[in-house]
Design a protein around this ligand. Sequence first.
Ligand SMILES: Nc1ncnc2c1ncn2[C@@H]1O[C@H](COP(=O)(O)OP(=O)(O)O)[C@@H](O)[C@H]1O
Ligand SMILES: [Mg+2]
Length: 399
Amino acid sequence: MKAFIELLNKDKKCVIGLMSGTSIDGIDAAIVEITGHGLETAVDLLAFETFRFPTGVPQRILALCHPDIGRVDDICEMNFYIGHLFAEAVKHILQKRGMRANDIDLIGSHGQTLHHLPKDTSADCNDSRYPSTLQVGEPAVIAHETGIPTIADFRVADMAAGGQGAPLVSYPDYLLFHERVKTVGLLNIGGIANLTVLPANGTFDTVSAADTGPGNMCIDAVITEITQGAERYDKAGKRAAQGTPYQRLIDEWLKHPFFHLSPPKTTGREMFGHTYAMECLVACRKHNLSDNACIATLTELTVQTIADYIAKFVTEQNLIDTLYVSGGGVHNQTLMRRLSELLSDTSVEPVDNSGISADAKEAIAFAILANETLHGNAGNLPSATGASVRKVLGKFVCP
Ligand SMILES: Nc1ncnc2c1ncn2[C@@H]1O[C@H](COP(=O)(O)OP(=O)(O)O)[C@@H](O)[C@H]1O
Ligand SMILES: [Mg+2]
């Protein structure tokens, strides 16, 4: 533990945050200079890169996420292989930035989620299932290959304490964004969309958070299917802009029980993955919707589930003044325009306007969480995840 203990005396640390989300589009690596910890935390992003997965790897990971296909020997191998790829991402960004491993004090790695079965919202809503979550990308491999002390596997401690294990970004969100006079919302639109609400001048226990439902996941799955893999996402939301959403179908889809659950709640590919997206596509085709109308309809589903969540679960006194949007969805102009239209009392802006990069925000969050763990600070917020207590998150691996 000497490697970690020595770091405690440094006020300023260089930390790499590593993240790969449910979209499986690549490994995000952020080099962050962090000063202080807890409420004194200040961050400066030095570099950010998305390290694309080698050809065929996203498909292999997707197969492992599927209970009917995922095999235990493949999962065992992938845990180490993804750890190796995360280490490659670190070496790659260091080389690009002209830095050495010695310049980095710590890595915080989220890993790659293969399965997420939180309490009450598990794929089949089967309450008898033991709540669990599995992120792979072996930190022992990352620490060994890079020579950098590594903290990883943050979600399990929150879930062990009865939480959803997510969203964990709510605590870094609080540290970076809470304000005295404004209520701030932080919306990350990745594969799944999640929202943190920070009431004006609020304490930790006033923070609320949840996954609102699909973000880009269904849009990506349907485009990939329609174009037979030639396109994997709706670049800038151009296709959605050229189609007309079919509201009758959206109204049907909005009846899904997840959208009516009160927060805290989280979800994933288990609920809104390929099977769900293909059911949506079949329904669109039944109504003779064009390709772009299908995509517009799924884009509108994402927008309306976010707006409905806010209308239903964010109280009047916490009306969101500014909603900062991050994640790949920020680049979908149709999605952003429709969000602004539906949330007309709120200023909807890319989080870049606050000085934090929309693409890097989640990786920065895991750098912050690693720094908090190093200092023995809890990294979850029970009001956001539903855990019974605050917990120090993650596991330490010496290089
Ligand atoms: N230029 C773009 N236009 C529209 N959508 C985009 C663009 N760039 C990324 N995206 C969407 O964002 C997704 C990746 O977002 P990300 O925040 O990395 O999600 P995750 O955390 O699930 O990996 C892509 O799969 C795609 O759907
Ligand atoms: Mg991603």
